[in-house]
Design a binder for this molecule. Structure first.
Ligand SMILES: Cc1cc2nc3c(=O)[nH]c(=O)nc-3n(C[C@H](O)[C@H](O)[C@H](O)COP(=O)(O)OP(=O)(O)OC[C@H]3O[C@@H](n4cnc5c(N)ncnc54)[C@H](O)[C@@H]3O)c2cc1C
Length: 418
């Protein structure tokens, strides 16, 4: 009989893990309160890029702290009571911004990103979703020379890891993106970055592939977990309505909500929530973008999507499910209007999501310490839409006793969990 596994969470991480485990011969049940790809994996900017190897807690964060203290920048906002309640996370997040730690994290993330890009290409072909892919790269744009110079740290890391980049001047930016207003003096073009025109639809497409291959999907809200190792063995998931599901192995891939559920078995996770907003806009005068752009000075990303131009904001540090606040989003919209001819919004209000971030900006992938049959895959911060499939490959190798194609140690749970 095939070994049974329940995968909790049908974001990009859970769906990819479910698919990979099905391919390895497991009897897989995927469970989520919503349909695949309707939460964080829906609302992101759709960018897959090796340039995401630089975590946001890097030495420039220390340099910019005086600027961020004002709590008015579009790039970073915080809710002080949340940071105070989570001093353990805040302190460790800042300490991990030192150069030596960042280089270690960048090396680990680069491996995971590169593996994930290969795995995504395989899944794109298998799910018939290739038409969603664009391979024109993406750009960091700077309005001033000093802004460009302030980003030298990231460019040094790009060079160290031999990313395919090109520095552009104002004319070259206009040649590549003629609809942008001429307010940018320099850009870093990440030439081999890829992007997707509807991240939620892509995850839904991977979900359909899972069902077509014989996977089972259950739409339920998980309430708690129970370790059956001292009785029958395996794990029990208790869901809404009192329903329960028992399996040999359990994978927890609940993204930002993972700590809520792990708490039910006494596991505390030091999680930060880098919340972000998005809304789609139309363009005036038929303006278009060839690729997603990050206006580093303006603190937002603008990505051409199926639904319109998706404007995503920078970081807002607050509790996972605290009500949304609009000032950072409104500031980002004004900034974006200086750069691109945006017209009327497509929706009435912005979407809000949470980037789930551990103090060292690396996800946890692998076995939970001292809990046989419990496997973890969460904490993918700004890069989970890209790194879900690589995570699945590493996790499935660890679950089946094989050597993963990349070093899994930087992602082990023992970093934070006992
Ligand atoms: C504004 C923004 C922009 C981003 N841009 C990018 C980008 O360009 N590129 C990139 O790679 N990444 C990007 N990200 C990050 C990326 O979206 C996330 O890292 C990734 O989606 C996390 O995937 P996940 O599967 O872990 O979580 P999710 O997609 O959130 O999946 C978790 C699932 O768990 C389910 N769930 C939660 N609790 C329960 C429960 N109790 N019972 C049942 N189900 C439950 C939820 O319904 C959800 O479907 C961005 C994020 C944001 C917010």
């Amino acid at each position: 009989m095939a070994r049974q596994v329940v995968v909790l969470g049908a974001g990009i991480v859970g769906v990819s893990a479910a698919l990979e485990l099905l391919d390895r011969g497991y009897d897989v049940t995927l469970m989520d309160r919503k349909f695949p790809g309707e939460e964080t994996s829906y609302g992101n900017a759709g960018v897959w890029t090796r340039s995401s190897l630089v975590p946001i807690n890097n030495p420039t964060l220390w340099k910019n702290l005086p600027k961020f203290v004002s709590n008015r920048t579009t790039a970073l906002r915080y809710y002080l009571p949340f940071l105070m309640r989570n001093l353990n996370w805040t302190f460790r997040f800042l300490m991990n911004a030192r150069q030596s730690k960042v280089l270690e994290t960048a090396a680990a993330l680069d491996q995971l990103i590169s593996l994930s890009m290969q795995e995504h290409m395989r899944l794109l072909a298998a799910s018939g979703e290739q038409q969603r892919l664009s391979e024109k790269g993406w750009m960091f744009l700077y309005r001033t020379q000093s802004g460009f110079e302030a980003s030298q740290f990231a460019r040094d890391i790009f060079d160290h890891f031999e990313l395919d980049t090109e520095i552009l001047n104002a004319d070259q930016i206009s040649d590549l993106e003629p609809s942008l207003n001429r307010i940018f003096t320099a850009a870093t073009w990440i030439k081999d970055a890829k992007s997707i025109d509807n991240p939620g639809a892509l995850v839904a497409g991977y979900g359909k592939l899972f069902l077509a291959k014989g996977g089972k999907f259950v739409q339920k809200t998980v309430q708690s977990l129970s370790d059956l190792s001292t009785t029958s063995g395996g794990w029990k998931v208790i869901a809404d309505g009192g329903d329960s599901f028992v399996s040999d192995d359990l994978v927890v891939a609940l993204g930002p909500w993972t700590p809520h559920i792990l708490k039910s078995i006494g596991i505390d996770v030091p999680m930060g929530y880098e919340r972000g907003y998005h809304m789609h806009f139309r363009s005036a005068n038929g303006g278009h973008l060839q690729r997603p752009i990050c206006d580093a000075s303006g603190g937002y990303v603008l990505a051409p999507m199926e639904q319109g131009f998706r404007l995503t904001t920078g970081v807002e540090l607050d509790a996972c499910d605290a009500p949304g606040k609009l000032n950072q989003f409104e500031q980002a919209v004004s900034s974006a209007k200086e750069a691109f001819p945006l017209s009327g919004p497509v929706e009435n209000s912005p979407w809000m999501g949470r980037r789930p971030t551990l103090p060292d900006s690396r996800p946890i992938i692998g076995a939970a310490p001292k809990r046989k049959g419990l496997w973890l895959a969460f904490g993918h911060q700004h890069i989970g839409f890209c790194t879900g499939p690589g995570t699945a490959r590493v996790l499935a190798d660890l679950m089946t006793g094989q050597s993963p194609p990349i070093d899994a140690k930087p992602f082990c749970a023992e970093r934070y969990l006992r």
